[in-house]
Design a binder for this molecule. Structure first.
Ligand code: COA
Ligand code: ZN
Length: 322
């Protein structure tokens, strides 16, 4: 049996939400100028992503790197077939976001109390109340809502996070009308059977709510966790080009699972991601210059698995003589 016909059980196609313009650029020391951000989003938009998270409408004090969110949203090309989404933490941010006509909004809060306070300067109850009001407001504007729940697989301040807390929040937001929920592994604390267990619980409890999984590769388990999620039927993945990413308010945070490595892996397995790997690698090739540092992409360094090399020149003569 050929390798590609040996199917691990999972969906035949998945879609990817490219989050590098938001999760990636928010933590970079080098503030990318607006035109650089716009060019980055536009280049990504031609790679085949279902969604691009283009920026966040956060306070400029909290996330100075993305203070130009309106300008970015007004200037990006809106490529047909791509849904442009933005991260929003509060009602003030929603008002700003809606003025830019995103295709959807991604509201955020943490499933752990301490990270929510550190990141959003609100208690979970305060965030929950804001998010419920925001779901209603976005609904009036006809803009679909996704909710990203941070720290669901572990909190850098509290350790283990209760599955019951995560599912209670998910159910509250699904009941209030959120079209989708993203389970976020903010600092790469997740491990594969934990991911599979929560994804299965979620899909059993909320079968009509779109589930996305958001992984960071902080402890090297990003792709293993992606496979674990996929095997439970998950079809929506956040990932960041070049493996950029990280929450500035989570100690030890580092990059998301890298989009090119996720696409390369699933493509090798015969799973359709919709993304053109060569086009994406071209974009990733420019990321180091964009952020003024090396990017943690092993695939960029090694090349796709079938990009082969010339054998050493001495071999032709040596073996011809033999
Ligand atoms: N966009 C722009 N400005 C905002 C804002 C927003 N979404 N929310 C609040 N502000 C402004 C207020 O208008 C106020 O301005 P003023 O001082 O000129 O009156 C000021 O910020 C303080 O407002 P307050 O409501 O007290 O907010 P805060 O300072 O407690 O910050 C958040 C709360 C949620 C806005 C902030 O913590 C934040 O943006 N966090 C996001 C963190 C993040 O993105 N992490 C990574 C992704 S998970
Ligand atoms: Zn993240």
């Amino acid at each position: 049996m050929s390798a590609q016909n040996y199917r691990l059980a999972g969906p035949a196609s998945i879609e990817i939400n490219e989050v590098a313009p938001r999760d990636g650029l928010q933590i970079e020391a080098h503030v990318v100028p607006t035109e650089g951000k716009v060019a980055f989003v536009n280049a990504l938009a031609h790679c085949g992503f279902a969604r691009i998270e283009a920026t966040s409408f956060t306070s400029a004090r909290a996330i100075p790197a993305l203070a130009d969110a309106e300008a970015v949203m007004h200037q990006v090309e809106r490529v047909p077939g791509v849904r442009y989404t933005v991260l929003v933490p509060n009602l003030r941010g929603l008002e700003r976001a809606l003025s830019c006509h995103p295709d959807e909004v991604n509201l955020v809060m943490s499933s752990s109390e301490t990270h929510n306070r550190a990141n959003l300067r609100m208690t979970r109850d305060q965030s929950k109340a804001q998010l419920l009001a925001m779901i209603a407001e976005a609904g009036k504007a006809g803009v679909p809502v996704n909710i990203s729940l941070s720290t669901v697989f572990g909190c850098p301040f509290e350790g283990e996070v209760s599955e019951a807390d995560v599912m209670a929040l998910a159910r509250t937001f699904a009941d209030a009308g959120a079209a989708g929920i993203t389970l976020c592994d903010t600092t790469g604390m997740a491990y594969p059977n934990q991911v599979a267990a929560l994804c299965e619980t979620f899909q059993r409890a909320l079968p009509d709510t779109g589930l996305t999984i958001h992984l960071h590769n902080t402890r090297g388990m990003g792709l293993a966790n992606a496979i674990a999620a996929w095997q439970t039927g998950v079809t929506r993945f956040d990932a960041a080009a070049g493996g950029l990413g990280g929450c500035p308010y989570a100690p030890g945070a580092s990059g998301n699972v890298s989009t090119e490595e996720l696409v390369h892996m699933f493509a090798a397995m015969g799973v359709d991601t919709g993304v053109d790997l060569d086009a994406l690698l071209n974009v990733v090739g420019g990321v180091a210059e964009l952020v003024q540092r090396d990017v943690p992409s092993q695939l960029l360094r090694a090349g796709p698995r079938l990009r082969t090399h010339q054998p050493p020149a001495w071999m032709a003569e040596f073996f011809a003589a033999a």
